[in-house]
Ligand binder design. Sequence first.
Ligand code: FES
Ligand code: FES
Length: 153
Amino acid sequence: MRLSCTVNGVAREADGVWEGESLLHVLRERLGLPGSKNACEQGECGSCSVYLDGELVCACLVMAGQAEGRDIVTVEGLAGDDALHPVQEAFVEAGAVQCGFCTPGLIVATHDLLRRNAAPTDPEIREALAGNLCRCTGYEKILDAVRMAAKAR
Ligand code: FES
Ligand code: FES
């Protein structure tokens, strides 16, 4: 089937999409957007987090057909033309990136948190990021990055 949707503000089409294919697969393998990571493919790790019509979702759990005609924003779409988004900057500044596999999902989830809650408490940060797993950092530097991004807003 042909999938037509808007990704990061641009109308995109993908041909030959099969019924069982995930939105994550379409983004990474057909549309050239590898920012969203495929770690568990089971909705457990949050590495594939994107916005679908403004709602935070795991792209690995969204069937490609469900994205027809809809608006998707990936981690690539958060940055400006020549500058990182402040949340992305904060993750770099705080040293919250080690292998980086969890980072795109954490950045999108942090972006979502801060647009809902500009000054989250530590428990609110932990709750908002509970669905994003990191196997490297021990989470402290990730918390620092979120606090830093909140201050920068
Ligand atoms: S790859 Fe989608 S939640 Fe882990
Ligand atoms: S930095 Fe490696 S999984 Fe988080």
